[in-house]
Design a protein. Sequence first.
Length: 329
Amino acid sequence: MQSSRSATNSSRLMALVRRYESRQGIERIGAQYQPAIKAVRGEAPSMSRCSQILSAKLKRSVHVLSATEAAAATVALHCPALVDLQEQRCLPLLPARHPALLYESANFDLAWLPGTIRVADRLDLTRYQPRFVAEDAEGPYHVPVPLVGDLLLILRDAIGVHAVNWTVKLTEESFDERQGQRPLRRRSPESVMHARARHRVEEVCYEEGGIPTHRVTRMTFDRMLVDNLRMLIPWDSRRTGLQQSQREEMVDVFRGIVGTERAPLELLEGLCKQFQCERQDCLVVLYQAIWRRQLVVDLFKPVLVNVPLRPERTNPFSQYAQLFVRGAK
């Protein structure tokens, strides 16, 4: 007979599993994808800085559960090779097909994922697999709870579509802290073992499918790069009344001042007259062109309308290339 506390915990976990299954029991991609955990009251951790990032490319909002995760997701969304981003994705409990197989131009020889139950058993980490006790007419039984990852990037390279897993924490030390615990208990020996086991199972489950896992912290990406991208991405969903040919012509005008001492602000009045548009339309064209890398500038320096734009010296996706390449399998 379960105690009252145990029964309450089981009921909570059962509701959690049902929510996960309702959103991810059927494989969805792109605009139809639903994260297992949304950045809303009652789902996101109470102490987290959760938020939603509207992506014009994905045609939906991306749900992130911390400021560090928001920074990482924004960099991922800016990547030209990105096909899709699956945040808060449940790892499969049982063997499952490679997530990239849902997309066009994926290679059919992509390995399956073994599932976390099999991985945990092989690594002798089964005791760390989340589960709870349920009961039916035949008696009590254990129900496993899926692990939920942070960011699964679906990318396209010269070979085809592949996936890369990012696990995100504030600092390197945070990877040894068990989430959902009180601060004093997060780094107890048992919590450290639990956290390490959880990350190991995730890493191996994806690794056996040829998906590399990278640890991302607040120190991974240059702060100015992140600040610029977080400023730019909201503009990507805004619209103007300009025709495509007018937009391209305006981008050419902005391109002509990159590397000079003229700031974009100096051009706005003339552009408004030339294209019979509002100042806001010019800013939308400018910032969208930078975000979409149609206007390539130095994103490691402040991008401001009243400051001259500098030519790109370092391509972010060359500097951080190791975080985007496919794994070996």
